[in-house]
Write a protein that binds this ligand. Sequence first.
Ligand code: AGP
Length: 606
Amino acid sequence: MCGIVGYIGGQTAAPIVLEGLGKLEYRGYDSAGVAVLAAGGLKVAKQAGRVRDLEAALPKRFAGKLGIGHTRWATHGAATDVNAHPHLDAEGRVAVVHNGIIDNAGTLREKLTADGVELVSETDTEVLSHLVARSEAETLEGKVLAALSQIEGTFGLAVLHADFPDRIVVARNGSPLIIGVGEHEMYVASDLAALVRYTRQVVHLDDGELATITANGFTTFTDTHERTHKQATTVDVVAEDYDAGGHEHFMRKEILEQPQAAERTLRGRLDERFGTAHLGGLNLDPRDARSIRRVKILGCGSAYYVGQLGASLIEDLSRLPADAEPASEFRYRNPVIEPDTLYVAVSQSGETADTLLAVQEITRKGGRVVGLVNVVGSSIARACDGGIYLHAGPEVAVASTKALTTMSLGFALLALHLGRVRDLSIADGRRIIEGLRRLPDQIAEILEQDEALAEIAHRLAASESLFFVGRVRGFPVAREGAQKFKEISYRHAEAYPTSELKHGPLALISAEVPTVAIVPHDELTDRNIGALHEISARKGPLVVVGHADVDLGELSATRIDVPRNVPELDPILLTIPLQLLAYHAALTLGHDVDKPRNLAKSVTVE
Ligand code: AGP
């Protein structure tokens, strides 16, 4: 969603800011803008459309050694030139870029209008520039603090003021902001992707924290203007992680990177000797772990579906009751927070607002939450009491692939860890470890079926509507398969437990409606095949994703076979071909695979 970039130093700011904005495109946006400050005052260029269009339209004279830029995902007001950020005050001396939502913008707009201020946009953000400009404080920091004291809502923001040409003031409350430290130049961004080309030394602001950034450094302070003392840390990502690296799409690159991503998630965490997983970051000693009576997993979209897979892994290995729930619904049902429940928040970006708010609801009520998060230092990771970093590496395509696979592995590690402080035997622990060690190579084996999968996807893409079905451990796989397919192919893809077909959806089966069925070799294989006969009898085309030793008998079906692992881990492998089916279907239909319509990589609003 929205993105912020800022620069101050010895170079011309605009190209650096625009380059950074380009790196944030993957998050999803519909307009972009940049403001620079030079001797002649503030200059602003902004418009609806892509960053490259803004760049092309930039006036020739757009110099200035400090600048801020923004990519906007419309919330308050349409995606127009006027609503694009930065927003200025009436005199054109203050420029503000803002991520988040100002809840009391309506009231503030009324007050400002009553005071004779003419607001030109429909946005909530514009009030901020007027409030900063109207403050009588003597410093820019004082003016920003005065403006923020009137605001209710969430923000990550950056402010330029023509009277203070040596600084950018930034603030964070519920929307990420990262300062990048260079040599006599400094950067700010809402996402590492915009920074890593220039520096790997970063400072994450906390909620309620502000910073003054000058060419030679930064100072951080609280919203009551007390100094905080932050040290820069080195991030372990590099600029190339955000390049497609010769691949046609990021999604393809990320699918192919899965064997290495899986290895990174597992590295240093498996202990054959005791048949367990070492997860120091959980901050859960064995006594704590033993006192847990239930596990509740919270995530959104695909992270929620992986959470369902995680719940079954935890139940299987630790015999603790576990379930997953959409984080977006959780806090609105006034959930009972139990002291002996372990809450697990799962998120690739670590910035999904619905998941973050669920975490905050739990911690506010005294519950214990751990995170399974990919992005180090992200808001969810920081809001949790501990967790497991996934180490998938940056994921750029909106449709999540490698991050989801590493989430499943994260759940397998957690399940193993909890199981081994409870009743899972050492032999079973070692069996799971042996299965986990085989997974990266098995994923690579599946990826070799790319061509065959492309051909199947090509046929599936011709149908307006599809079913994805699976049972028990296979059902989250089916849900994720349908999600991936609909996200990027825009075909109607619906997931059902195979056992539920006869209770309704069978009415929709016809020669025009194919079913992708998850049929591993397990205790339910025969029942699964029984249901497939019911589909086949109604002429429904079948694609069966399973194991080579599943005997389909007389059934006419296209087969996709994956290698067998241990039954608990098989769902992880069964998910991989579904990613490639979705990818190739989207290609066949000529869609923008990496940036599907209406979707954003990181959903930072409720
Ligand atoms: C996955 O392909 C989707 N883009 C989406 O469902 C995603 O999983 C969801 O928005 C949660 O994102 P997160 O993992 O960053 O929290």
